[in-house]
Design a binder for this molecule. Structure first.
Ligand SMILES: Nc1ncnc2c1ncn2[C@@H]1O[C@H](COP(=O)(O)OP(=O)(O)O)[C@@H](O)[C@H]1O
Ligand SMILES: [Mg+2]
Length: 323
């Protein structure tokens, strides 16, 4: 399999006056063509920062300090904004949690769909309208003619998220990044949107990065999984390996805290005590140390991201094979 996206040793910092906060460091991962990579971890782990840096959407106070972001064979790190716009262009699209704030309330769905389509192509208005209806149909919406005339607030949350996905598809992206796309939706609608993302991934051979804090979603959706904690990747593995032989104590803890995730027998759910540490960039050793039930002295030393033998599994814990 060939990779579409290869991120190596990514380091991102935010500046606030004299204060510098390194939001993620030493983040290395890849996304193969046509696969779904899930990024999982508690809130504040650096999941969004990681994908926002790929998109070049870190905002004014954020910057990629180090590393390499290779997309479709082209290095994005160090390029100017204009060059980046051209390279990314339509090739990477992103959808977010809150479709209502991402859609403009004063324009109809039709206005916004046409703008998305025309910014990526030289179609006539008539052709763009046809394409808009086609894309809305593709994401499972019906009565598309009438839908084009509606305003965002008149649609349900699930429908709005489908419209956002349709707009994201306008440029025929090779990679779709979905950052907790269903967090604001109820469980039934959430399942439908996930199903849709999976269908589109298969049908369009479009790679997907799906950010979630839900291990149940990971089990359903992922080909491979990246587990993030406090600004670092602590584990990377194919989904079946992750669920059957998790290596990092944090991954184990995440799996124990989720109902039914990969477990046949009825087991007691154990929430992870404590929270992600603030100022985690100051921690030299394992960042999970103070919450880890296996912690000992050497965990205070720097932790390498090591491959587990010949497995396609990488773990940032010196004692994972002794646990
Ligand atoms: N623009 C920013 N300025 C300063 N700190 C930020 C900024 N964006 C995110 N952070 C911090 O970086 C850490 C990781 O954030 P984020 O990637 O949003 O986590 P996640 O998506 O995993 O919940 C958090 O501690 C967050 O407060
Ligand atoms: Mg986030």
């Amino acid at each position: 399999m060939t990779s579409l996206l290869e991120v190596k040793n990514l380091e991102v910092s935010f500046r606030n006056g004299k204060d510098v906060f390194t939001g993620v460091s030493d983040v290395t991962f890849h996304v193969n063509k046509g696969e779904i990579l899930c990024i999982v971890g508690e809130s504040g782990s650096g999941k969004s920062i990681t994908t926002l840096s790929v998109m070049g959407l870190l905002g004014k106070n954020g910057a990629v300090e180090n590393g390499s972001i290779l997309f479709d064979g082209v290095e994005l790190f160090g390029k100017s904004e204009k060059e980046l716009d051209n390279i990314r262009g339509s090739k990477i699209a992103m959808i977010f949690q809150d479709a209502l704030t991402s859609l403009n309330p004063v324009f109809t769905i039709g206005n916004q769909m046409l703008e998305a389509i025309l910014s990526h192509s030289k179609l006539s208005k008539k052709e763009a309208e046809e394409k808009a209806k086609y894309l809305l149909g593709k994401v499972g919406l019906s009565d598309t003619e009438a839908l084009l005339k509606k305003y965002p607030h008149t649609l349900s949350g699930g429908m709005r998220q489908r419209v956002m996905i349709a707009m994201a598809l306008a440029g025929e992206p090779k990679l779709l990044i979905a950052d907790e796309p269903t967090t604001a939706l109820d469980v039934t609608i959430q399942a439908q949107i996930m199903e849709l993302l999976k269908d589109l991934n298969k049908e369009l051979d479009m790679s997907v990065i799906l950010i979630t804090h839900d291990m149940g979603v990971v089990a359903e959706m992922a080909d491979r999984v990246l587990v993030m904690y406090a600004g670092e990747v602590v584990e990377e593995a194919p989904v079946n390996v992750l669920f059957h032989s998790p290596g990092h104590p944090y991954t184990k803890a995440l799996l124990r805290s989720i109902p039914g995730a990969g477990k046949e027998e009825e087991i007691k759910l154990v929430p992870i005590e404590g929270t992600v540490p603030e100022d985690y960039d100051r921690i030299e050793g394992c960042r999970f140390l103070n919450r880890c039930t296996f912690a000992e002295k050497d965990c205070a030393l720097f932790q390498d991201f090591r491959q587990n033998g010949e497995e396609e599994q990488f773990i940032r814990c010196w004692k994972y094979d002794k646990l």
